[in-house]
Design a protein around this ligand. Structure first.
Ligand code: F6P
Length: 372
């Protein structure tokens, strides 16, 4: 095995708190093992477009990064296997990426990302590029790991929005519908709904029925939330809906149907659709809010700091040992967690979604077993 001397690290896809702690963990442990780290800007884009935007990452440079949200390296949703040329046609430029890794004198690449970024990493690994993946996404939908960086901070952010929605909703007697990210997986909606004690939680894994939502609202709120109020019932209700949730007789609501390089349209708008339906079909007034990108914002939570530095350090060890083609994986979540390496190809073609049979009460639209 030839000794690894220099590696490049990049962050791709949606930003997430926990990425900067991971970079710090990587740089510290790599330097301890005699490896230099270069930061590559803006995800896979950095390896496609010379002049290359490369930042040498020494310990002193990243010393404070554990406290920073987002990614200090920048990010993009670039897919080297589907790169638009001058005429807008998407072509495979992966061989340029491979050549540029060599040109930059990098012995290996550490890619931090979700199914798209790590999907590219897996395909480059198949082509012989020495690669390690670090799992990140607020959606927590990556196969092969219990934890993905950013999830816990997003949970904190959404819970805070639910909490802050209570005073306006309670003062005015609204049904407050709160839309949460997560694409086709409902982890963030489900667990933020539990943390914020929402009355109804709608997830992509189980198409909902409007009539059932109305029935739950009626059970919760009584006949009316307007004056004079029924003291036996709460004055308002909170509904958490995942952006990818869909009614049985409805369709996925899309905010922008231009597909990105990985084939994704931007989801969004189901909260407003639901709020309008509640207003037209029930006696209740309703409001909607899309939490949007701030749910990925702010400093990393303690869990994301711990998992970040541990994931980064584990990636550095994998590099030092030449154990390529792997993704850092966690069984459990800090502090009760065990890290290991899994084959990076595990992320290809599948996502981890909520286990409906085990966790979701399809009658009450809530976490099973809570009596909510
Ligand atoms: O995958 C992370 C995520 O935040 C999804 O939950 C969401 O659907 C998507 O990214 C939003 O994409 P963008 O950041 O391009 O608006």
């Amino acid at each position: 095995m030839t000794k690894v001397k220099r590696i490049g690290v990049l962050t791709g896809g949606g930003d997430a708190p926990g990425l900067n702690p991971a970079i710090k963990g990587l740089v510290y442990r790599a330097s301890e093992r005699g490896i230099e780290t270069d930061g590559l800007s803006d995800g896979w884009l950095s390896l496609l477009n010379p002049p290359f935007d490369v930042v040498p990452l020494e310990r002193a440079k990243v010393r404070r990064w554990d406290r920073d949200g987002g990614t200090n390296l920048g990010s993009s949703r670039t897919n080297p296997f589907q790169t638009p040329n001058e005429s807008g046609e998407r072509i495979d430029k992966s061989s340029e990426v491979i050549a540029n890794i060599e040109k930059l004198g990098l012995d290996a690449v550490v890619a931090c990302g979700g199914e798209d970024t790590l999907g590219v990493a897996a395909r480059l690994s198949e082509k012989g590029v020495p690669i390690i993946g670090v799992p990140k996404t607020i959606d927590k939908d990556l196969a092969g790991t219990d934890y993905t960086l950013g999830f816990d901070s997003a949970l904190r952010n959404v819970t805070e929005v639910i909490e802050r929605s209570r005073t306006p909703a309670g003062s005015h007697g609204w049904v407050q519908v709160i839309e949460v990210m997560g694409r086709h997986s409902g982890h963030l909606a489900l667990w933020s709904g539990v943390a914020g004690q929402a009355d109804i939680i709608l997830i992509p894994e189980h198409p909902f029925r409007y009539e059932k939502v109305y029935r739950h609202l009626r059970d919760h709120l009584g006949d009316s939330t307007s004056h004079p109020r029924d003291p036996q019932h709460p004055r308002y209700s909170v509904v958490v809906v995942a952006e990818g949730a869909c009614a049985e007789d409805g369709e996925l609501i899309i905010t922008d149907d231009r597909h990105d390089a990985f084939g994704h349209a931007r989801l969004g708008g189901i909260a407003e659709v639901l709020a309008r339906r509640i207003m037209s079909d029930t006696p209740y007034d309703a409001r909607s809010v899309i939490v949007g990108h701030p749910q990925r914002g702010g400093p990393p939570s303690p869990v994301d700091r711990i998992m970040g530095v541990m994931f980064g350090a584990r990636a550095a060890d994998a590099v030092a040992e030449g154990d390529f083609g792997k993704m850092v994986s966690s069984r459990g979540i800090a502090p009760a967690c065990d890290l290991s390496l899994v084959d990076i190809s595990m992320v290809l073609g599948k996502i981890d979604t909520v286990d409906v049979a085990r966790l979701y009460d399809t009658d009450r639209y809530h976490l099973k077993g809570l009596g909510m």
